[in-house]
Design a protein around this ligand. Sequence first.
Ligand SMILES: CC(C)(COP(=O)(O)OP(=O)(O)OC[C@H]1O[C@@H](n2cnc3c(N)ncnc32)[C@H](O)[C@@H]1OP(=O)(O)O)[C@@H](O)C(=O)NCCC(=O)NCCS
Length: 269
Amino acid sequence: MSTSERAISALAAWEPEGGGGTNVHAGDVGWATRNEDFEPRIWENDSGEIAAVGIGSGDEDITLSVAPDHRQDHVLAARIRSDLASVKVVDTPDGTALREALLADGRRLGDDPWQAFYRPTTSEDLDLLDDAVAPLAGADDVAARVAVQRAGFEGSTFTVERWERAAASSAYDGRFDLLLRTPTGAPAAVATGWMSRPGACGLLEPVATDPEHRGHGYGRRVVLATCRALARAGASGVRVVTPARNEGGVRLYLSSGFQTVTQWRFLVK
Ligand SMILES: CC(C)(COP(=O)(O)OP(=O)(O)OC[C@H]1O[C@@H](n2cnc3c(N)ncnc32)[C@H](O)[C@@H]1OP(=O)(O)O)[C@@H](O)C(=O)NCCC(=O)NCCS
């Protein structure tokens, strides 16, 4: 089994049933798989089981999740701290020995807080449908999904090949990769949802509306449709994160029934 697939199954097992959740969701690994050179970093315990997973880009940044039974493991924390000595920005879960070790190492809190949101599944999610939003059906939809992503995120390097790599990940499920078209058929908004396992919390990553179609409620509709698709498949709720300064993202999630769970800061050198 590849390192990515091992990480996905470890993260799926760690995902709690309620909101909150670990820093890295199985879906984050699936989404990161779009990049050709991506491989998560893993740390194993003495039994050879994965005790921590990190995703990031080289020495720039890394986001970590720690297995629930290793959150207070100071030996593991010291090992990871030393392995990450050259990494500039580290995102670790609160309340872990690892976060304490990194702070004790002289790292400081970064300037830009991130905000985490959670929306529990409701009974309404099980029957409300939106005809304008549907899973990708064929090459035209994939091309449209890629185009909306590229228009929505400045500097996006997304391509059909990258979509294909993410879609080949075991974390991917096409029922949650949704495209909204306007009444004239123009592709306007996209959201990809991820579910680690039924009964656990799902993830939204990413969400975007083409700038030409913003301000018409399409972002909210595609978010709600993705939450509903996750709910119908058995997710207990959905979480999503965005930089707190991303006013559009924050407003979108609050207006889609999400509540703020926490704000937190990365640890920087
Ligand atoms: C965030 C984004 C998806 C919003 O798309 P949209 O289709 O314009 O959003 P909607 O029209 O559905 O608006 C939903 C709510 O958010 C509010 N909103 C949307 N963009 C906003 C902005 N830039 N500033 C303030 N509020 C904003 C709307 O007023 C609306 O609020 P209301 O329901 O209280 O009236 C879009 O701006 C985008 O693609 N941004 C870049 C990618 C991104 O940041 N994605 C989200 C984080 S991963």
